[in-house]
Design a protein. Structure first.
Length: 356
């Protein structure tokens, strides 16, 4: 899963990226500090992985991971090339989801490129640039499809009709993801606004309730999830060791870190869940779409597992925690043999059997 961090310049994207990844991306009071995207791979926090490790005592433990991409700030006119906009927009096309950072903090020492703090205006600027870039992309695709459709190609005619439907939605100022067409067809256009969006507010250490409420309402209207955090505090947390972090969170009255909340929200936004494989060699978490069937889940490990899938032996995380040993689960009939139509559930522990 790859998530692109997007927003206007000087909203705290790189600071948030550093907090999330414990990286050291440059962060300063200048637009376009980030030119090439910074990339950080982060382990997905999951208490179940730790518990399974205690039970199996494996040689290694491997968590699921998320790639965060810190993309340079977009400005008004980015779709026309302003502020190196075309280059930055191309980076967004490669990610699975967009994490849109919106500035809610007030700091006279950090210039706001649009003037005063105004989340609704800032979001509108970013959305408009993404929509304009998508319209330009559709025009190019339309030219290619039109020739094929004119020669009688049925598939091209159908795609052209879908394209016009999407274009009408974009022309109305709405993102492509709000278009009610076949999801597979929509994804084939590779549009920026077809990607899921998670809104993240970067607040002061003591957030302004009115600004946060305004921010949450604009996300709700777009059918998107929203969360608020202070990148400054999250950066401080990221520098602490585990014991210091636990004490700091307790003192601040924070139950979970921003990283944990962002990843949980991203999983929900993308419709993802985790299953596990466990044994003496390795305990590992795997990320799959909610609703994935056993062969597709096996294919995340290796394509050969999906091609030669025979069956899966499955039990739940709560059962292994309750009984501690797989032998006990077998005695109690809690290990199931599942076929190709089984939908793997969040927290399942699976062992796949396949033919070469």
């Amino acid at each position: 899963m790859e998530i692109g961090i997007v927003g206007l310049p000087n909203v705290g994207k790189s600071t948030l990226f550093n907090a999330l990844t414990s990286a050291n991306a440059q962060a300063s009071n200048y637009p376009f500090t980030t030119i090439e995207p910074n990339v950080g791979i982060v382990a997905v926090p999951d208490f179940r992985l730790k518990r399974l490790t205690e039970i199996f005592n494996p040689k290694k433990t491997t968590p699921a991971s998320v790639r965060f991409v810190d993309i340079a700030g977009l400005v008004k006119g980015a779709a026309s090339g302003e502020g190196l906009g075309n280059k930055f927009l191309s980076h967004i096309r490669e990610v699975d989801a967009i994490l849109m950072v919106v500035r809610l903090f007030k700091d006279p020492d950090v210039t706001h490129v649009m003037g005063e703090v105004d989340p609704e205006r800032d979001v509108a600027v970013i959305e408009t640039e993404l929509i304009l870039a998508d319209l330009a992309s559709l025009e190019k695709q339309k030219e290619k499809l039109f020739g094929k459709a004119k020669s009688g190609d049925k598939e091209s005619r159908e795609m052209l009709e879908s394209l016009e439907t999407v274009k009408a939605v974009l022309d109305s100022g709405r993102p492509a993801r709000s278009c009610e067409i076949n999801p597979k067809t929509l994804s084939s256009f590779s549009l920026l606004t077809s990607k899921p969006v998670l809104f993240v507010a970067n607040t002061d250490e003591t957030p302004d309730p009115a600004l946060v409420a305004k921010f949450e309402e604009l996300a709700r209207k777009r059918g998107a999830k929203a969360l608020s955090l202070c990148s400054k505090i999250e950066s401080e947390i990221a520098q602490l060791n585990s014991d210091e972090r636990e004490a700091f969170l307790s003192e601040m009255g924070i139950k979970t870190t921003g990283l944990e909340r962002v990843i949980l929200a991203a999983y929900e936004t993308l419709g993802l869940c985790s299953y596990f494989t466990a044994g003496e060699d390795e305990v590992r978490a795997w990320t799959i779409p909610i609703g994935a069937k056993a062969p597709q889940a096996a294919g995340v490990i290796h394509s050969d597992f999906e091609k030669g899938f025979i069956r899966a032996e499955v039990y739940s995380f709560k059962d292994i925690v309750a009984h501690f040993k797989e032998s006990v689960l077998r005695e109690k009939g809690l290990i199931r043999s599942e076929g190709k139509d089984y939908i793997v559930k969040d927290g399942d522990v699976c062992f796949f059997k396949f033919s070469n």
